[in-house]
Structures are given as C-alpha cells and as structure tokens.
Write a protein that binds this ligand. Structure first.
Ligand code: NAP
Length: 401
C-alpha cells in the first residue's frame, strides 16, 4: 500500500458520476458541490429526468448547509446511460472533457445474481473501457467493506485474496469489480464504506431499506401488528460495523482530496464503539417490550418450528443479515487514522448515536404508533432475557429497560 497522503489535494475539472440519483451517489454529488468547483456529469438511466436526479441532491445540499442556487444547478449535467453498457465507449466524443470518473452505481439485491453480475461486474468493465479512452486523472470506485467475503483475518486496505466463501453474490461481485479497477492500468482509488445509517446528530436517513433499516422495517411490518409476549431471535455479540451518512460524506471528501493513487480505504467505525447485533436487539426491545426474550447465537439453534409464525417469517427474511452479523469482521483502518491526523472530522457510530437513528425511525412509523396505541397497556416493564446458546442450556436475566 502507498502510505503517504498527497502533498497537494487532488482536484478535477469535470467528474463523471454513476449512480448519482441513488443514495450514496446523491451524498457524493452534494459533497462534490460543497467542496470542489468541478462540473459534474451524472450518468443515469434514461428513465430518470432532471427532477428525479436533482431532488435527492438538492435535499442533501440543503442538509449540508448549501442552499440550492443557479450556480450549483449549472454545474450538473444529466447524461443518459445507454441500455447496453457495452456501447459506453461510443460516448467518448460527448464526454471528452471528463477528467475523473466516480463509479457509484451498483446492485445491492443479494438474490438477483444476473443483475449483480450485469451491474457490478459488466457495467464496471464497460465503464473502465470508456475511461481508458478519456484522459482521466483517476477512476474512483465505491465498493463495500464486506467485499472481502468471509475471511478470518483483518480486511487489508489492498487488493483482496479470494475467501473460502461469501455471504452473498453481492460481496463477490463487488470484490471482482475492485479487481477490475485495480488491474485496469488507470490511476484509481477504492473506497469501501460499511453499512450506512442516518446522521449522528438527528438520525436523518435518505437511503433505501438496506442494512439496519431493512431490519427495522421488516420488524415493523411483520411483527408490530400484534403484541409478542415472547420473542425468539438470533443476536450475536460481535461488533456490527455501521457508519453515519454524515461521517461517510466527511470521509469521502477527505479521501477524495488526500489519498494517493492506488489506495483502498475501509470507511468503517471503530470496533470498540460499534454496537453488536445483541445491543441493537436490546435497543429494539426497549420499544416493543416483550416479557420474555430468547437470544440465540446462530440460526441453526432457533427452534423455527415451534416459534410464532410471524417471528419465523421475520427470521427467514433477515437470515442473511443475521448470518453476516454472526461473523467477526475486522478492518484495517490506517487511512482513517492518517486522515484524522490530517484534520478529517470522522465520528464513529456508537450505541448512543445509533439510538438516535432508531428513535427517529420509531417516531416516523405510523405502524409503531398504532402498536403503542393498541398494545401500550400490555408492554412489559421488566423484560426477561434468556440466553439459548444450546437449546438445552438456558440462562436468564431480568432487566428493566
Ligand atoms: N447503502 C449502503 O449502506 C452502502 C454501503 C456500502 C457500499 N454501498 C455501495 O454504494 C453504491 C450505491 O448504493 P446505494 O446504497 O446508494 O444504493 P441505491 O440508492 O439503490 O443506488 C444505486 C444506484 O445504482 C444505480 N443502478 C442500479 N442498477 C443499475 C443498472 N442496471 N444500470 C444502471 N444503474 C443502475 C441506480 O440507478 P436506478 O435508480 O436507475 O436503479 C442508483 O443510481 C453501491 O455500489 C453499493 O455497493 C452502499
């Protein structure tokens, strides 16, 4: 790994950003508008018009203290992505002034293998072919902290070995895309954020139902139509890496300016402050307050046949995320430390800041409001927590949350 920061900040005149209408893409475009003077061409599918492209960007700019104006608007150009990405190189004449590519488009659907392959691998390959025909200073790829797959070692800030297995085809295809970028002969940067959640001060979240929000929304929809006096779930005690979206923007901005070509950066919170899935469940039960909680450390231990159908449905729905949370993910954080020493404002997610996000989610949920109204008088004051490491060995503890 190159280990020194740049002596002068990186800058580009005209950046091509993919995925700009999506969650991370709009955070990135707003951050570029705030901290650079570059023109930004947003390569989006032809189904998007200016309104659907600009809406999340304008919202994020406002949240970052940058009121929208004509000057900002004039820096954004919407460019339609051809349906067949293998023809991307034909766009060279219209993109001749582009001197940096930020590739943020990606498929996050764990189950759609054909789409994961088409978007994460082939689109990346076709975009690299286009980038090689332009005169670019850098190709910046947004990967994921989980691209290592399941490995029993610290994820290095470098190209990854093949793991014994992957949680999903998502992680495999993201790792393959990283490899394509790193072996392209273009100057490159790979950023690997972990799971994004809302901002640490107010919990504002502008993404889709991914990660923790998928868990909360699944619970809201599958569980909160009735009071569950007993609740069975998988709750490993390993740290779960989450990062706040404002921390992501600050890390992106610092990495954008100061990381040398060829760097891979894990954008993750400190393991020591990260809550575990167990803590997240404890926090959730502060809201729904069952009388008895049964905690299992892995799916295989849960007696699926004998637990309430809705809880079984929930566990099946959340199975992959619960499996991911059962692995001890460890990350090298050399670049975070170095950028912090260089002045980057990056706050780790903690139990208290994640609670702010959960509280905002709960306050905004009509379903949970109804749950409180209908079942408020049944909610337990004292909750009993039972550890079920093996179905035969039961240890229990009563807590007043
Ligand atoms: N969310 C997280 O916590 C997180 C964490 C780590 C890394 N990431 C990475 O960040 C990137 C963006 O994720 P996100 O959370 O912002 O997701 P998102 O809101 O769903 O955005 C995905 C973007 O990719 C585009 N895209 C998807 N399929 C496409 C296709 N077939 N052709 C062209 N464009 C396509 C989408 O365009 P359409 O709107 O037209 O579909 C959208 O602009 C991904 O590469 C993901 O791996 C996300």
């Amino acid at each position: 790994m190159e280990n020194a920061l740049r002596l002068q900040p990186f800058s580009a005149d005209h950046v091509l950003v993919t995925g700009a209408n999506g969650y991370l893409g709009s955070l990135i475009v707003a951050t570029l508008l705030r901290s650079t003077s570059a023109k930004i061409s947003c390569l989006v599918r032809s189904s998007h018009d200016d309104v659907s492209l600009l809406e999340p960007i304008i919202e994020e700019c406002a949240a970052q203290g940058l009121p929208w104006n004509d000057g900002l608007r004039s820096r954004i150009i919407r460019v339609s992505l051809p349906q067949d990405t293998s023809t991307l190189a034909d766009m060279v004449p219209s993109l001749a002034n582009v001197d940096e590519v930020i590739h943020c488009a990606g498929c996050l659907d764990y189950y759609d293998v054909a789409k994961l392959e088409a978007v994460n691998v082939r689109y990346t390959k076709d975009l690299l072919t286009l980038a090689k025909k332009l005169t670019i200073k850098r190709f910046l790829y947004i990967s994921t902290a989980y691209s290592s797959g399941y490995q029993n070692k610290v994820t290095p800030e470098s190209l990854l070995d093949e793991p014994a297995s992957d949680p999903t085809e998502y992680t495999r295809t993201k790792r393959e895309a990283e490899r394509l970028v790193a072996t392209s002969d273009l100057p490159f940067l790979v950023l690997r954020p972990s799971i994004l959640i809302g901002t640490r001060d107010t919990g504002r979240y502008s993404g889709k139902r991914y990660g923790l929000y998928q868990q909360w929304m699944g619970l809201e929809r599958l569980i909160c139509d009735r009071y569950h006096a007993e609740f069975h779930t998988v709750a490993p005690k390993l740290p779960l890496n989450l990062i706040h979206q404002d921390a992501f923007c600050n890390a992106f901005s610092a990495a954008y300016e100061w990381l040398p070509d060829g760097a891979f950066m894990n954008i993750v919170s400190a393991e020591t402050t990260s809550p575990s899935m167990r803590t997240l469940w404890d926090m959730w039960f502060e809201v729904t307050r069952p009388r008895q909680v049964f905690y299992y450390s892995k799916m295989d231990d849960v007696p699926l046949k004998s637990i309430p159908t809705r809880q079984r449905a929930y566990l099946t729905f959340a199975q992959i995320n619960l499996e991911i949370a059962s692995h001890h993910w460890q990350f090298e954080t050399t670049w975070i430390e170095r950028l912090r020493n260089h002045g980057m404002d990056f706050h780790d997610a903690t139990i208290d800041t994640v609670r702010i996000c959960q509280s905002r989610f709960v306050r905004s949920s009509a379903i949970i409001e109804k749950y409180m109204k209908n079942f408020g008088d049944q909610l337990a004051k004292d909750l009993s927590f039972n550890e079920v490491d093996e179905p035969s060995a039961l240890a229990s503890e009563v807590k007043t949350l």
